[in-house]
Ligand binder design. Sequence first.
Ligand SMILES: N[C@@H](CCC(=O)N[C@@H](CS)C(=O)NCC(=O)O)C(=O)O
Length: 215
Amino acid sequence: MKMYGNWRSAAAFRVRIALNLKGIAYEEVFLDLDAGDQHKPDFLAINPQGAVPALFDGDGPPLTQSLAILDYLEETRTGVPLLPEEPRARARARSLAQVVACDTHPLYVPRVRTFLMENYGLPRERMLEFLRNAFITGLKTLETRLSNEAGTGRFCQGDAVSHADLCLISLWVGTGIFGIDTAAYPTVKRISEEVLALDAVARAHPLRQPGAPAS
Ligand SMILES: N[C@@H](CCC(=O)N[C@@H](CS)C(=O)NCC(=O)O)C(=O)O
């Protein structure tokens, strides 16, 4: 498969992990989101939203939206399952995943950060306050749920990795990139460390991708 991504992209990170867990070989074309590669006509012809990831499985059209891609991989490939079988557990794994992918991550993507600074004249530090608030709101929700709900195990849902962990880890790694204090989220930290120890995740880690800074 061929994926358009970026070293820092949380959404591309989720998909790289899923591809690794499913044992699928892929090549990644790295867009420079800071330089605006996502707005160039060639890429807009691939994804009119101007966002990564975009994944080609054979001929086009490409698959976009990381959660839809995870579902597609689950439905079409064997390998490590990405969701539990039992419907309630499955719904909970998806719910935790969506706290990150639908309600947290969209608030701090480059297009939102740029819009706030360029259209509302927000100084960079105020924009970063907005970003930190998005992270903190998501992390608090996850910590409260993961530390109180019976479904939590070694991973977010039981003892097997799922969509929830792929999303959780994409947020957790972002706390390092954006310098978010994580002391108040011990359960999120414990599970993140479990997830980071998986080879499929280590190989997909943003800092191991081309274009990433050394640390
Ligand atoms: N909901 C989408 C988010 C896609 C997205 O916004 N990707 C970011 C990188 S993580 C991007 O390409 N942003 C470009 C921009 O905001 O200009 C998904 O889960 O795939």
